[in-house]
Design a protein around this ligand. Structure first.
Ligand SMILES: [Zn+2]
Ligand SMILES: [Zn+2]
Length: 148
């Protein structure tokens, strides 16, 4: 799949399937995106090839970087250590040329969500990262389902 920033200076191509497509409610993703919730598509770093101008990399916390376009400011990635799968690059879904074909399957850091974020779907809500934290609930807060 292909994508890039708003001005087109930074482009990327991904190879193969992502290991995660998910919403993230953490404060850092909100600030980086300037949005109420971040939605990220995660790949092993070697599945992503950038072209055009160099993305600007900002060290947002120890061992974690976030990149953006130096020309137009579009937020592009979360980059860091994926544990067992090695270095990973998670790309903000809105920067793909065809983001509609990518369908989120989880909510990360659900407790950090803004109070008005209560989307009416049944995806599992995790306390932290989907691969190493408990599921808080399925579905909107207004329902009481906690079946995992
Ligand atoms: Zn740009
Ligand atoms: Zn996040």
């Amino acid at each position: 799949m292909n994508g890039g920033c708003m001005c087109g200076a930074v482009r990327y191509a991904t190879d193969g399937a992502p290991f995660v497509v998910g919403h993230c409610h953490c404060e850092s993703c909100r600030r980086h995106c300037g949005a109420g919730v971040g939605t990220l598509v995660g790949f092993k770093a070697d599945q992503v090839i950038f072209s055009g101008k160099q993305r600007h990399i900002y060290a947002s916390s120890p061992d974690v970087s976030r990149a953006f376009c130096n020309e137009c400011g579009t937020p592009l990635t979360w980059e860091g250590d994926g544990g067992d799968i090695g270095p990973i690059i998670e790309i903000h879904i809105g920067t793909f040329d065809n983001p509609h074909v990518l369908v989120p399957t989880s909510h990360a850091f659900y407790n950090e969500r803004l109070p008005w974020v209560d989307v009416p779907e049944q995806l599992p809500r995790f306390e932290g990262f989907p691969d190493d934290s408990p599921i808080l609930q399925h579905g909107p807060t207004g329902t009481s389902s906690t079946d995992a």
